[in-house]
Design a protein around this ligand. Structure first.
Ligand SMILES: [Zn+2]
Length: 156
């Protein structure tokens, strides 16, 4: 497999970005691992720090994140606890190439997920890493950063 093998990004307003995905990965296979690695290559090539499966046209609950310290591959990521502190900060999105948007996020969260070796973790993430994870989990639920108003609050 060539190392520059990447996915084509799904861009707004493609309706597949609005799907609420329910396809959990109960057991991670070699095929899932290959998809996750290809998503990471796609993300690095586009200089992103997070990418979700729907952004590459896949209906899996899978996100990849790398804010510069180490790559995280998260199957079925689920926020089990939101810590109270919030922060409003601008975000970008590989599906909205030119847009930056203020979004209010929790500064710290606890996330349960299955890693690429089928180990289930529940870990705390903070600051930028927590923000990216919240952004990518939104994608798995069909939620986009444009669903937040100018003050960074979720509409509706
Ligand atoms: Zn995004």
């Amino acid at each position: 497999m060539e190392n520059d093998d990447v996915f084509k990004l799904v861009l707004h307003p493609n309706p597949s970005l609005r799907e609420k995905l329910i396809e959990e990965v109960h057991w991670v296979t070699d095929e899932h691992r290959a998809i996750a690695q290809k998503m990471l290559r796609t993300m690095y090539k586009s200089r992103g720090i997070g990418l979700s499966a729907p952004q590459v046209g896949l209906t899996l609950r899978l996100i990849v994140v790398d804010i510069g310290n180490n790559p995280l591959i998260m199957f079925n990521p689920f926020i089990t606890q939101w810590l109270p502190k919030k922060e409003i900060s601008p975000e970008g999105c590989l599906s909205f190439p030119k847009l930056h948007k203020l979004v209010e996020r929790k500064k710290s969260i606890l996330v349960r997920y299955r890693d690429e070796n089928n180990i289930v973790h529940e870990l705390q993430f903070d600051d930028l890493e927590a923000r990216v994870i919240q952004h990518e989990i939104d994608h798995l639920n069909g939620v986009l950063m444009t669903d937040y108003n100018h003050a960074g609050k979720r509409r509706g």
